[in-house]
Design a protein around this ligand. Structure first.
Ligand code: CP
Ligand code: NVA
Length: 322
């Protein structure tokens, strides 16, 4: 049995990424056109960390696809303390059509996927946030279309701030996958790991994308079509808050930073945002900010992703069963 999972941004090939984004745009225009979860079928959404957008968008999206969301909050399942990930997968995949999981280390998701006969979706790990990047790419596509420009390939995106976190990694991989010009800027010691840069460079070589890693925020921002940032204190790092506030100070997305970007550059932030830290209120609440569309697009892209994974897994299954 071959099941498709979404554990990192590179789990979609470049042509598959564009197909999922096209399906998302279609579902945004025609919300109830696809009912991929028939039955009603249940989809489990498990949280080891807190969430607003991911919880709401998956719950709403699963319902819109004709299924029932089963939300499992931090600490509510045996998973992780009383029961192994493998045994949890073996129990759940007999009863649900999808497993969606927000957790800590990436290897936990890999282990779930290895033992699951239904698709597993990464709803954020310490290393990646691939569902968020699908929403960001759809938002950038909409912005390019609204401003009469081309598609994602060649579009420049500058990410400033904590360049070693899950969002920075996902911007690198998903941006490379889409053929974009991705510039990541953060302080020394908080830049992406070499293995992720190498993966992004390899994918960029195939798509015509470009990868730049720098400690110079102005260099990353130079003429950028899109400016993105994320919290300086990710979930699990709360005790380092004071140190992190000092560390990333030069990488704030403020009016001065925006002066280096293209005049009509779009501003993205996955949210939750801390106004006055990684971004000023003036910028995130200003006319260039697309953060509310970006948050809404989580719903549309995840519906497309869930439908696509289910169909692709079924097709792979039909091809392997003679
Ligand atoms: N952007 C995002 O994933 O938000 P939540 O943490 O609220 O789900
Ligand atoms: N980097 C942030 C993203 C939140 C959606 C975190 O992991 O907390």
């Amino acid at each position: 049995m071959t099941v498709r999972h979404m554990l990192t941004d590179l789990d979609l090939a470049p042509d598959e990424l564009h197909r999922v984004l096209n399906l998302a745009a279609h579902l945004k225009a025609h919300p109830y056109r696809i009912r991929a979860l028939q039955g009603p079928q249940t989809a489990a959404v498990i949280f080891d960390k807190t969430s607003t957008r991911t919880r709401v968008s998956f719950a709403a999206g699963i319902a819109a696809l004709g299924g029932s969301p089963l939300i499992i909050n931090p600490g509510e399942a045996q998973l992780g303390h009383k029961e192994s990930i493998a045994d949890t997968a073996r129990v759940m995949d007999r009863q649900v059509g999808l497993i969606i999981w927000r957790t800590y280390q990436q290897h936990r998701l890999q282990e779930m996927a290895e033992h699951s006969r239904v698709p597993v979706i990464n709803a954020l790990s310490d290393d990646y946030h691939p569902c968020q990047l699908l929403a960001d790419l759809l938002t950038v596509r909409e912005h390019l279309s609204a401003t009469g420009r081309g598609g994602l390939p060649g579009t420049s995106l500058a990410y400033l701030g904590d360049a070693a976190n899950n969002m920075a990694n996902s911007y690198l991989l998903a941006g490379a996958n889409a053929g974009m010009d991705v510039r990541i800027a953060g302080p020394d010691g908080h830049l992406p790991q070499q293995r992720i840069i190498t993966e992004a460079e390899q994918r960029a070589a195939a798509t015509g994308g470009r990868i730049t890693i720098t400690t110079d925020p102005a260099a990353a921002l130079q003429g950028a079509d899109v400016v993105a940032t994320d919290t300086w204190v990710s979930m699990g790092q709360e005790e380092q808050k004071d140190e992190r506030m000092r560390l990333f100070g030069d990488y704030q997305v403020n009016a001065e930073a925006m002066d280096h970007a293209a005049a009509d550059a779009a501003v993205l932030h996955c949210l939750p945002a801390y106004r006055g830290a990684e971004v000023t209120a003036e910028v995130i609440d200003g006319p260039q900010s697309l953060v509310w569309d970006e948050a809404e697009n989580r719903l549309h892209v995840q519906k497309a992703l869930m439908a696509w994974l289910l169909v692709e897994s079924d097709l792979a299954d039909e091809q392997t069963v003679q």
